[in-house]
Design a protein around this ligand. Structure first.
Ligand SMILES: Cc1ncc(C[n+]2csc(CCOP(=O)(O)OP(=O)(O)O)c2C)c(N)n1
Length: 600
């Protein structure tokens, strides 16, 4: 049946039985396909019936679906004419692993970062109202994404907006790891507690009568609820609450969505799904199967930068109870699992709440604690003001361990860490470091932790060529390291670009420098090298706009030094998706590219 679906209209002709077997087919397809491509397996297995029901009831692209994060949209992609491209998922020039406007008219709003769906869907809903269309705007948001502050900001607005907006809450009790926080506990109470049983039976009866007796039913429900029950948090915010319903019961989903469709107010349908549904191993370990790598992706015993960070945390927490490590919902990805298990008192997963994570760290720092915020470069973008206003401006003792910096790869532009050097470098008080290998990374973390103020260590996704990295050593702040001496060109490499620069330098008479510090930059060395070499070349896996090379350029200018400087780095465009190797080659940051650029 899958082959005969080219457009969502094609599923509207199907009987319930046919839809049910289509769901089974999609599930089987997803399991086989994602094994080859890698991707978000468990979230997608959990949303097959929900997505089928949505496309059965609504008419995209006139009606619009805004999927939060967009990582659970594989069924949506399949139903909207992208089946035959699914083998290209997350590959270079292939389908995105998230929603992307340029990919399909059915992807009304692009995503990758979490907690944006209600805001965007509300914008669309209000535009619909102004344009007097009858189109429906639907946000689909997970319970994990609901922990993000933007969701609450959006509900605060939506509940007071008298707008035709449907929010579908896809509640599987999981973020990537187990979902955290009071809201998560509240949702569990809604499902299992007293509130649930009373409201459920009423809601279902209520839904039967929609829309004819809607107004009357609503009034009597409110009355009843006010008398005997606390109403839900959503209703207190002005958003009508329906459910919870079983997110794998296709007939129930379709019927409920049909009933909710004609309503015109802000409303939320609480749907309970099982992450990994239909694949026992994924159901049993939804964390592991949240995102899986393709069979062709590298498995190696060398340490990843994330695991070096995790090891550093464990080593330092043993004797330092003031060390507090904070993650905004990225425990596993940030390499913190062992730390979290061994030092639960010193570990905080705050949910998908980057802004809060940072300001929370600031509060701790004022009380003499030494917070380490582990955060992906791309997600740090969301908490920029917190970093400036709450931390750097007050010169607080906070370490930022910035993971997934530079080219990240298959997740594409939304997850690339291409901007951090630029947006950090202009902030006063910060010390910014980028290691070229695991040993240096460990030393930089020591340095950042010992530093009296705010310090950042930014490191890439991937493995380090060096093992045996633990040491007590710290680095001299602002001092670069000359790794190879030559006479003609001086290559000033930031972070792990050093390794490719060194390979390129085999064919040149080049001095190669591991810059180590982006801020403060090693000014004395730059002067010396510009006096002794014909050309300077900076290399970085950050946009050249405002990055490390730009720092060198600015400094040369202030010194009236005219030694030519070539800036190698990422271009002023959003990065493509592909493997890290493909993208390094594409942007000329592999040894070949560096050599070619210098020889030109
Ligand atoms: C701002 C931001 N922080 C972190 C992430 C990483 N991330 C991707 S999916 C996810 C969990 C989402 O949980 P939920 O919304 O419940 O969806 P589920 O995968 O459980 O279906 C996280 C933390 C992100 N995409 N965006």
């Amino acid at each position: 049946m899958l082959e005969s679906i080219h457009h969502p209209a094609d599923i509207k002709q199907l009987s319930l039985e046919e839809l049910q077997s289509l769901a089974d087919e999609i599930r089987t397809f997803l399991i086989t396909n994602v094994q080859k491509t890698g991707g978000h397996l468990a979230p997608n297995l959990g949303t097959v019936e929900l997505t089928l029901a949505m496309h059965t009831v609504f008419d995209t692209p006139n009606d619009t679906f805004v999927f939060d994060v967009g990582h659970q949209t594989y069924t949506h992609k399949i139903l909207t004419g992208r089946l035959h491209k699914m083998h290209t998922l997350r590959k270079k020039d292939g389908l995105s692993g998230f929603t992307k406007r340029e990919e399909s008219v059915h992807d009304e709003f692009g995503a990758g970062h979490s907690s944006t769906s209600i805001s965007a869907a509300l914008g669309i809903a209000i535009a619909n109202k102004i344009n007097k269309t009858r189109d429906k705007s639907i946000a689909i948001i997970g319970d994990g994404a609901l922990t993000g502050g933007m969701s609450f900001e959006a509900m605060n607005h939506a509940g007071d907006s008298n707008t035709d907006l449907l929010i579908i809450l896809n509640d599987n009790d999981m973020s990537i790891s187990k979902n955290v926080g009071a809201m998560s506990k509240y949702l569990t109470k809604l499902i299992s507690g007293k509130i649930y049983s009373s409201i459920k039976s009423k809601s279902l009866r209520f839904l039967e009568k929609i829309p004819t007796a809607y107004k009357f039913a609503k009034r009597s429900e409110e009355h009843l609820k006010g008398m005997v029950l606390p109403s839900t948090l959503f209703e207190e915010l002005g958003i009508d609450y329906f459910g919870p319903i079983d997110g794998h019961d296709l007939p129930m989903l379709i019927k409920t969505l049909q009933n909710l469709k004609p309503l015109k107010m802000p409303r939320l349908l609480h749907v309970i799904t099982r992450k990994g549904c239909g694949l026992k191993t994924a159901e049993n370990d939804p964390c592991k199967f949240h995102g899986v790598t393709s069979s062709s992706e590298n498995n190696t015993i060398l340490p990843s930068y994330s695991s070096v960070f995790g090891q550093w945390l464990v080593d330092n927490a043993v004797n330092d109870k003031k060390l507090i490590a904070i993650t905004p919902a990225m425990c596993i990805g940030s390499g913190m699992s062992a730390f979290a298990a061994q030092f639960p008192q010193q570990y905080f997963d705050v949910g998908i709440a980057e802004q809060h994570a940072i300001t929370f760290a600031g509060g701790l720092a004022t009380q003499g604690f030494k917070p380490v915020v582990a955060i992906y470069s791309t997600f740090l973008q969301r908490a920029y003001d917190q970093l400036i206003h709450d931390i750097a401006l007050q010169n607080l003792n906070v370490v930022f361990a910035i993971d997934r910096a530079g080219i990240v790869g298959v997740d594409g532009a939304t997850h690339a860490g291409c901007f951090d050097l630029s947006f950090l470098r202009c902030v006063p008080n910060l010390v910014i470091m980028a290691p070229s290998n695991a040993i240096e990374m460990y030393q930089m973390l020591n340095t950042a932790y010992a530093f009296n103020g705010t310090a950042c260590v930014r490191y890439p996704k991937g493995i380090s060529p060096l093992k045996n990295y633990t040491s007590k050593q710290t680095l001299k702040i602002g001092k670069a390291n000359i790794v190879k001496k030559g006479s003609s060109v001086a290559i000033l490499a930031f972070g792990t670009t050093l390794n490719q620069a060194l390979i390129a330098a085999r064919e040149l008479s080049a001095t190669v420098v591991d810059m180590r510090f982006i801020k403060p930059i090693d000014e004395a060395l730059i002067i010396e090298l510009s006096n002794t070499h014909k050309q300077l070349v900076s290399v970085e896996d950050n946009t050249v706009v405002g990055g490390g090379g730009s720092a060198i350029s600015e400094f040369l200018h202030t010194q009236n030094i005219t030694t030519p400087l070539m800036l190698l780095g990422l271009p002023d465009e959003f990065s493509e998706q592909g493997s890290q190797e493909e993208l390094h080659a594409l942007y000329g940051l592999d040894a070949d590219g560096i050599l070619k650029a210098i020889k030109l």
